[in-house]
Design a protein around this ligand. Structure first.
Ligand SMILES: [Zn+2]
Ligand SMILES: [Zn+2]
Length: 269
């Protein structure tokens, strides 16, 4: 089993220490574990710009140091990859590039949490959305993900239809042209798409992305990786066997992981 997307208590909204995530992964028989807590808000002036969302900038060195120490300590039992999940803010990424280049990260997850000025998981933003607007807003979110991929800053594209998280009707509405453009952008950038099983922690349930996008991703040759997006240690590799089964039925045969930025495939099993 692999799991490339996990958090821990430094971000302010997850529970458990890094060590607790590692030991939970060992207990479950995980072979490759990515530690990928939320990236500090490097584009903001304040050290701790958004306390409940991400760790202070000044905390990032100790995060990476602790993750690297665990990687070494457990090297014989589990492969630990050191990563972070960054927010993509179009046109404001230079401070991220500069800050992250100082660390020996295995990969960076790029995610769009802030979209058209608001948090996608803020339930109040969806209260008055009209049925007729759903496909257009979903298409624009896919365009934002495509821009995130084209930035070339990320190896893994995070929860690519997370817009539906707290607006479940956005899951089923089709936006095929924008979806295909996004998938080609991910493939052409050399990044991979995660299958993220944390939908069950939001109103939408299920996984990111929807199964129609999984099928289109296979058609376009987009590589995939597994992501629990665990915010509690017990969710590591949540629903892993079900994901493997569904991906196998579609035709996928490999996972992709990254070691110091270089893609490696592993059998999908
Ligand atoms: Zn989080
Ligand atoms: Zn995220």
């Amino acid at each position: 089993m692999i799991d490339l997307h996990t958090h821990h208590n430094r971000c302010g909204h997850a529970t458990g220490s890094l060590r607790e995530y590692v030991t939970a992964a060992l207990d479950k028989g995980v072979k490759v574990l990515g530690l990928s807590d939320h990236t500090p808000m490097f584009a903001e002036d304040a050290d701790h710009a958004l306390p409940p969302v991400a760790m202070p900038k000044s905390e990032f060195p100790s995060y990476v140091a602790e993750a690297l120490a665990l990687k070494e300590e457990f090297a014989r039992s589990i492969e630990i990859l050191v990563s972070t999940e960054a927010d993509f803010f179009s046109g404001r990424m230079d401070p991220y590039t500069e800050a992250l280049s100082r660390y020996p990260l295995d990969y960076v997850i790029g995610s769009v949490h802030m979209f058209e000025g608001r948090d996608i998981f803020d339930t109040t933003r969806w209260e008055n959305i009209a049925e007729s607007e759903l496909a257009a807003v979903k298409g624009r979110y896919f365009q934002a993900i495509a821009a995130c991929a084209r930035s070339g800053l990320f190896q893994v594209m995070g929860h690519i239809d997370a817009l539906k998280g707290n607006c479940p009707q956005l899951g089923a509405v089709p936006a095929p042209a924008a979806a295909d453009e996004m998938l080609r952008a991910i493939r052409d950038s050399g990044a991979v798409m995660e299958i993220n099983t944390s939908g069950g922690t939001k109103m939408c349930g299920g996984w990111y992305p929807e199964s129609d996008i999984l099928e289109r991703a296979f058609h376009f040759g987009v590589p995939v990786t597994f992501a629990s997006d665990a915010h509690v240690p017990d969710r590591i590799c949540d629903q892993y066997p079900e994901v493997v089964q569904v991906l196998h039925a579609i035709g996928f045969r490999t996972w992709t992981v990254f070691r110091r930025g270089t893609a490696r495939t592993l059998p999908l099993s």
